[in-house]
Design a protein around this ligand. Structure first.
Ligand code: GLU
Length: 287
């Protein structure tokens, strides 16, 4: 198949996980929530659901929103402060999402996960059942890490990995990571103007894994390495994944219509891939 055909095939994806990062949800100048963008995101996602797709949103921004509300300028170094920010910010985030989704008569649900939820067989099964019921009810789940109770040992730390694990849990066939970068580059585009965007990654090889750099912006936690980890999980469990720039959330619709946007990582279902095995053995970036 050609890249064009792979892109066209995205039109027929049924269960889609969309991840948006803090840097895409906040104004660069002030760190405050970008309401217009959030509203557009909500409209695009509701439209996808209206077209018969199952949609799950993984949204960061709890710590960022909490910091703003509490007027804490720098990213908190102390864990308990970060957790307090998340507690304040998560409620604010959901309040805004529910307000915007309600305008389109779209029900939403909050799902907060920890690594423990995923590792523990009973909790994981319960989470999976909840997602299944919500899908049947036509509700869009809004997922984040339960930052207030996560500790260093059990935190995912970044929502790139979390969104891929959610995709694996619900057997999604598509994962879209919206970030502040256009996709995967041959070199770091911030330091090398000759860096070229890679449009298609047929398999997450050792060479691709080696391309992950450090974290990028000051509000999100995910750099390229977490995105490549996400690609490995998504691909292994049978979901295609696209990394694209979330500056314009309209890209979600365009990606789903088969336009060549960002980097498409093709699923290469590994029959031996079991989420449980991965959870027990994986080392997460940032730990
Ligand atoms: N869970 C964190 C939050 O909502 C974000 C993690 C990330 O940036 O990936 O603030």
């Amino acid at each position: 198949m050609t890249e064009k055909e792979f892109r066209e095939a995205l039109k027929y994806k049924k269960r889609i996980v969309v991840k948006i990062g803090s840097s895409s949800l906040t104004h660069m100048e002030t760190g405050k929530i970008n309401l217009e963008k959030m509203e557009r995101l909500v409209r695009v996602l509701t439209d996808l659901a209206n077209r018969g797709r199952e949609v799950i949103l993984v949204s960061s921004g709890a710590v960022a929103a909490g910091r703003k509300s509490l007027q804490i300028e720098d990213r908190p170094a102390e864990k308990s402060v970060k957790q307090a920010c998340a507690a304040v910010g998560q409620a604010r985030l959901m309040m805004l999402y529910q307000k915007f989704f309600a305008e389109y008569n779209q029900l939403t649900a909050q799902i907060l996960l920890t690594k423990y939820t995923m590792i523990n067989d009973i909790s994981r099964e319960n989470a999976k059942n909840t997602f299944r019921e919500l899908a049947k009810m036509g509700v869009i789940p809004i997922v984040n890490e339960n930052d207030t109770v996560s500790t260093d040992e059990i935190e995912f730390g970044d929502n790139d990995t979390l969104s891929a694990l959610v995709a694996a849990l619900v057997s999604a066939d598509m994962l879209i990571l919206l970030s502040d970068i256009d996709g995967l580059y041959t070199e770091d585009p911030r330091h090398n103007e000759n860096a070229g965007l890679i449009s298609l990654v047929p398999a997450v090889t050792e060479e691709i894994l080696a391309m992950g750099g450090g974290a990028g912006s000051s509000v999100g936690t995910g750099g390229m390495s977490t995105k490549i980890t996400a690609a490995r999980i998504a691909a292994g469990c049978g979901a295609d994944m696209v990394i694209a720039n979330g500056a314009d959330v309209g890209v979600i619709r365009r990606i789903m219509e088969g336009e060549p946007i960002g980097t498409l990582f093709l699923a290469h279902r590994d029959e031996g891939f079991r989420l449980e095995d991965y959870l027990y053995t994986a080392q997460y970036p940032g730990q």
